[in-house]
Design a protein around this ligand. Structure first.
Ligand SMILES: [Fe+2]
Ligand SMILES: [Fe+2]
Length: 272
């Protein structure tokens, strides 16, 4: 199966770029969109339905999908709009296409990769727009780091349960947040501020190696884990899992032709 993975298209900060169409579009079977397409996820679904009407799309929300809205309400609207179409909005859900199972969730982080999750949460809470621009509890509360941590724990439970189910075909995880503590040395979406890294990445390498039955079945790692959020390009096998990030990031800005991640490849297709 040929996958067309990308993330962080950030349509809200994009002028003069659009998804390759017609002959410029690569041959693919399933598009994989690992979040940060646009604030308000229902707008992202509409954008995808207009541009990719003829192939399955796996769409997972990034943090930006919830900006200016309620994190659960925008997901509900997106799922209502996507219901019965070729766009699969996944939040702790799976879908099987052909013999390939996709498991998707935004994921968030445990804020702990710098060794002190309390400090990680405090710094992220102070500095990150995620904890200023997102509402939760039916718009009643501001979304805070502890909400993100709860979502992270539920997401990891979901992923691990799925990885421990018996299966025969390939398995693909799609998350927005990064499942490894560090990637390249290239400057990325963390704004080069290592104190914010705990809000971008967590260390899930234990899910990339086989593990014995713990009562939920033996853990068989995913074949592929597509992610975004850090605005970097990444393609490496860790343990038994291939990790791929193909993020555009912000831009192009008016009058420019460049964007955050110069290595973004809008025609990247990978085989699984
Ligand atoms: Fe992003
Ligand atoms: Fe993001």
């Amino acid at each position: 199966m040929r996958l067309w993975p990308m993330s962080d298209l950030h349509l809200e900060s994009t002028r003069g770029w659009d998804l390759p169409a017609g002959d410029a579009r690569p041959d693919f079977d399933v598009m994989v969109l690992a979040g940060d397409l646009v604030p308000r996820m229902e707008r992202g679904v509409k954008w995808l339905l207009e541009r990719v009407p003829d192939r399955p799309v796996i769409y997972v929300a990034g943090n930006h999908e919830a900006y200016g809205t309620d994190i659960d309400r925008t997901l509900e609207k997106a799922q209502a709009l996507a219901a019965g179409t070729n766009v699969h909005v996944l939040e702790k859900e799976t879908v099987t296409i052909g013999d390939v199972t996709f498991a998707g969730c935004t994921m968030w982080t445990d804020f702990s990769i710098n060794g002190d999750p309390y400090r990680g949460m405090a710094i992220a809470g102070e500095r990150m727009n995620d904890f200023k621009k997102i509402r939760t509890a039916s718009y009643q509360q501001r979304f805070l780091p502890h909400h993100a941590l709860t979502r992270y724990r539920r997401s990891i439970d979901f992923l691990e349960t799925e990885l421990r189910k018996k299966r025969t075909g390939p398995f693909v995880i799609v998350t927005h947040h990064a499942p490894i503590p560090e990637m390249t040395s290239e400057p990325g979406g963390t704004g080069n501020d290592p104190t914010l890294d705990p809000a971008f990445r967590s260390d899930l390498r234990r899910l990339m190696a086989p593990a014995p039955d713990d009562g939920r079945g033996a853990l068989l790692p995913a074949d592929l884990w597509a992610f975004g959020h850090t605005h970097e390009s990444f393609d490496q096998v860790i343990g038994s899992t291939r990790l791929v990030s193909n993020a555009k990031g912000y831009g192009p800005w008016p009058g420019q032709r460049t964007w955050d991640n110069p290595d973004f490849n809008e025609k990247l297709v990978i085989e699984i």
